[in-house]
Design a protein. Structure first.
Length: 108
């Protein structure tokens, strides 16, 4: 279970970073009109590589999410199981009698 949680967290962080590394759809327009292309992986192969990496990370994320969901529904742990069986409530005759305070006399 711990391994799945660690993999899930690592894939979450990786997925966020991969998506942030990708350029938007309008990024190619600046390079087409003479602007400098600022890609890390070169001018041609960055989008194919990052798209495939995003797909793989998303699939691993979905699988780990499903595994964590299935593991949490199958594991039934509750505090109520460890609690002892309730006993019968105390009868009124066993309760202590509270003395009543005398009422104050009205002043004349």
């Amino acid at each position: 279970m711990t391994i799945i949680i660690v993999v899930h967290i690592l894939v979450c962080v990786a997925l966020i970073l991969i998506v942030l590394l990708q350029a938007g759809k309008g990024a190619e327009m600046g390079a087409a009109f003479g602007g400098a292309s600022q890609t890390i992986f070169g001018s041609a192969g960055a989008m194919g590589f990052l798209s495939k990496l995003t797909t793989v990370a998303a699939i691993v994320f979905m699988i780990t999410s499903l595994l964590l969901t299935l593991a949490s529904t199958r594991k039934v742990s509750t505090v109520m199981k460890e609690r002892p069986a309730p006993t019968a409530p105390a009868t009124p005759s066993e309760l202590p009698v509270q003395p009543q305070a005398p009422s104050p006399d009205p002043k004349k």
